[in-house]
Structure formats: structure tokens, C-alpha cells
Design a protein around this ligand. Sequence first.
Ligand SMILES: Cc1ncc(COP(=O)(O)O)c(C=O)c1O
Length: 362
Amino acid sequence: MKPKTLKNIAFAKPHIDKEEIEAVRKVLESGWLTMGPETITFEKEFAKFVGAKHAVSVNSCTSALFLALKALNIGSGDEVIVPSFTFASTANVVVHCGATPVFADVKPEDFCLDPEFVKKVWTKKTKAVMPVHYAGNLAHIDYGGLVIEDSAHRIFKDHKSKNLVCYSFYATKNLTTGEGGMVTTDDDNLAHWLAKARLHGLSHDAWKRYDPNGKWYYDIEFSGFKFNTVDLASAIGRVQLRKFNDMEKKRKEIVNLYNKLLGLDNKGTHLYPILVEKRNEFMAYTKEQGISCSFHFLPLHKSPAFSKIKTPKLPVTEYIGYRVVTLPLFPGLSLKDVEYVCQKIKEFGSFKKGEFDLPVLV
Ligand SMILES: Cc1ncc(COP(=O)(O)O)c(C=O)c1O
């Protein structure tokens, strides 16, 4: 029998303590569990943090991306340019709007959408571009047309974007509410539409109808969706936002140590990607060593769901998509564990320059 490793290093863990538990307890005792005062306050606090005029909370980043496309009237016959190197959501929502995702390549420097490649796949039908801030890296966001930022990996103080920006509060994200999302915008009309669209299309403030201070009457202004979040989650989000700078500092410290020990230069604080030539072997090896790794992402244009969409060769996506591995990264990860992970990586192989001058573990 193989000796059991003593290590059990998680890939990601939420940074939750007594404060979040207390905040949820208060909501439970208040008798108001669904969208209500905690959510409205969380929206205001989040908007202020990222430097946007409005923040509209929803139940996931996927819902946020979908509503953002709907808000911009994107639908049948339209094309939306997305990276292929992203999570399924980014392209799925385009399909669900009746439009077609058009895949473009990413840059080797930051694995974010390549603006030069975007020009190559731009057609008369192109209605919007959806750059992804991969791993927390700042993507190019100015395309001279409609842009929806997929910021599932990046929450940045004073981002101050003129675009619709969509955030994720999924369990592994830098700020978590378990599941959740947010859309931010400076546009009053878009914000008002989004706030109604996430709750069936009911007239503004209809969520207050059971509150003693609310009005009993509401109208259904259009056929909206059921994408609202709940106060139980927003209470967690408010605490997480207060702790956000400290959590980011810890993530940055971990990224810096990985960089120093592995001789790399990663910038983002959400994911720590490396490229590995023999990925299958590496995943089995790290598991044996008690290290949980993951991979972000498979090239979407090669997946069965999108293989029918005509896509030119995406050289960077195809190179990194079959080699990328993401290492453990979360605020509670000890620096000792980071040292252990790096030591095990060095015992497996060493970094050599691969295609596009990218360091690859061989
Ligand atoms: C790049 C990207 N976009 C969108 C999403 C969807 O986020 P959510 O799970 O909040 O819907 C994810 C989730 O991991 C993601 O990585």
C-alpha cells in the first residue's frame, strides 16, 4: 500500500468567520430572508467600492451576463465576440439570448482577449464584445462599441468602467456569498431596467410589498426573470466586502511567493495558472502529494456544445488550453503550504520556454 500523504491542501476555501455567521443569524432572526434591505445596502456599498453609479445584485454572474446582453437588446442574428479560453457561462448566455458567440484568441501575456484578434473576427453582425478578466488580470476593455465585462475573476476598487460589468460571488471567488452576482453600470436607464428584469419585470420596489412600509400594489411592466438574490447571501457579501482588502493582501502575498519560488511573473489574484506539458501525469502526481489542483479553462470552441460554430485556429488558446493547471490559491492558504506545493512542482520537473515564449513545466 502506498504511504498516505499527511498533506491535504485544498484548491480554494472561502474565508468565512464569526462575522459572516453573525450577519446571517441577524437576517434569520429578522424574519426577512429574501431580497430586502441587506441586498439594497450591499448594492450601494458594492457600487461605491468599484466606483460605479449603480450595482444590481443577481443570483450569479451567469445571470448578470445574460441580463446585460438582454439590457443591450442583443438577440437573434447578432454576433458577440468572446474568448474561447473562458468558463462556459460567457458563451452560453450569448446562445440563450438567441445570438451567436464568435470565438477570438487570447494574448500569451495575460490570457485575456486579444484586441488584434477581435478585429479579425469582427463582422457587420458584431453587436458586442465580452472580455474576461482572466485570473484577475485586467483585460483590454475598450472596443469602440458595446462591451460587457466578464469580471467573475476580478473585483477592483475604483474600476470606474463605462461598460456593463458582471461579477461573481461563487464559492471559490475572491468575494463570496456562496452563489451570487452583480451588474454595475453608470447608466440610469439600464440600471432601472436590470433591477426590474431580475425580478419578473415587476415595477420598481415591488420586493417591498410585504414590508409594513411598502406599497401593496405593483405592476408587471414586462416579462422578466427570477434572478434576484436573497438577504441571507447579501449579509455575507457585506461582511466580505469589508474584509476584501485584507483578503486581497493575503492572496497577493501568496501569488508573490509562488512567483518567487517558481520563477514566474503572474499578476492576477484569483487564479494561479501554470502550463504543464504532461498535464494528466501532473494532476495524478499532485493528488498523490495531497495537493488539489484544477484547470481553467478548456478551449470552448473545441467542446461539443460549440464545435458547430465556425472558428478560425486560435493558436494561443489551443496551446494553453491543453496545458493549463491552476494551483491552490485562497486567503487562508499558509505560506508553508505554498512552499510545499512549489517543492513538489520542482521535484516533478522544471520550467522551460515553450511556444509564444511561455514557461512550461516539462
Ligand atoms: C470567467 C467566468 N465567467 C462567468 C462565470 C460564472 O459565474 P457564476 O458561477 O457566478 O455564474 C465564471 C465562474 O466560474 C467564470 O469563471
